[in-house]
Design a protein. Structure first.
Length: 337
């Protein structure tokens, strides 16, 4: 069904305020969940919002700074979620990039930030290049030639400032995000074909049987998953190859994970305006190359940008009836407290 973006935003604001989140946190939280939905990342969108609200993070200890150098900011998140601390971590990396071209942030014991793309977009909107990675918090990706779980989905996101706004790409290193299993279990639908193994190594489309997921691009995609497992695991003193049966339903909690953020300041290299002109020109040249019959040239991230722009400008977006009903129930539940 079609719902006004402003209506969803207002509902989320009210629910979050009643849950005692402050005005500095609310816009970023809304962007994390609503932004994912608007971009078409439904596995990492509004369906996760109810699970977030069920947790009381107020009793957690504050993140601890392990090291703060001119180049790097390293913290122990103490199980706090990235949706609450991701913005401040990104700010620390940006602060360092402003001074010396590159800034780096490392995080251990993080309880996810749902979408590394939201962090990348926040950084790119301020005129910086962003590269954001986190481990999946549990092993579900099978290695080439096998079907047992070897790495997390270990997503990668990057953000680029352009003349049309932030260009953001957010991808799992698996053929399908494990959120696809959660969504299929939630709405009782089948999984995409040729993407998931059951526990005997057979391809399955039944979300209840999903045991592992193929890497994207076979050994090439797995090599990225493997590298990110080490960068967000061994490098930070975090365990790797975490085997768990949780994560296949909304509300399941993966183990805490590691993450890192790289920020580069193009103002210090070629100048921000010049950087944007070059990127825009490059995109334009690619889009004007010859398409295959019946197809159009696509730049990763551009379609998602357009979806967000259209939704905001028209103040309207499509969401499943069941999901809108759930969001309204969240509002009513908070009112009844």
């Amino acid at each position: 069904m079609k719902v006004k973006v402003s209506e969803i935003t207002n509902l989320m604001e009210q629910v979050l305020r009643r849950a005692k989140y402050n005005d500095d946190q609310i816009p970023f939280i809304i962007d994390m969940y609503l932004g994912g939905e608007m971009r078409g990342h439904v596995t990492h969108g509004l369906a996760n919002f109810g699970s977030f609200l069920k947790h009381d993070y107020s009793k957690l200890p504050k993140p601890e700074v392990i090291a703060a150098t001119e180049a790097c900011y390293f913290i122990d998140a103490k199980s706090n979620p990235g949706v609450l601390i991701g913005q401040s971590i990104a700010d620390e990396a940006i602060k360092r990039a402003r001074k010396q071209i590159v800034g780096f942030a490392l995080v251990k014991n993080l309880d996810s930030w749902l979408r590394p793309g939201a962090i990348a977009e926040y950084i790119a909107n301020q005129g910086f290049i962003a590269y954001v990675v986190n481990s999946g918090g549990g092993s579900v990706v099978a290695p080439p030639g096998g079907f047992d779980r070897a790495t997390g989905t270990n997503p990668i996101a990057y953000g680029l400032p352009t003349g049309d706004g932030a260009l953001v790409v957010d991808i799992a290193t698996s053929k399908r995000a494990w959120g696809t299993v959660r969504l299929a279990n939630k709405f009782d639908t089948e999984l995409p074909e040729n993407s998931f193994y059951d526990s005997s190594g057979q391809i399955t489309t039944n979300p209840k049987e999903a045991y592992s997921v193929l890497p994207f691009g076979d050994h090439k995609g797995f090599s990225l998953a493997f590298f990110n497992e080490i960068m967000a695991g061994a490098l930070l003193g975090m365990p790797m190859m975490i085997l768990s049966d949780t994560g296949s339903h909304f509300g399941d909690k993966f183990s805490d994970r590691g993450a890192y953020i790289l920020v580069v300041d193009p103002e210090k290299t070629v100048g921000l305006d010049n950087f944007k002109l070059q990127v825009d020109s490059y995109i334009n040249k690619i889009e004007n190359t010859r398409p295959l019959d019946g197809q159009t040239i696509r730049i990763p991230g551009r379609q998602a940008m357009k979806k967000v722009t259209d939704a905001v400008e028209n103040d309207e977006m499509e969401i499943p009836d069941e999901l809108w009903s759930e969001l309204q129930q969240l509002e009513n539940a908070e009112e009844d407290k």
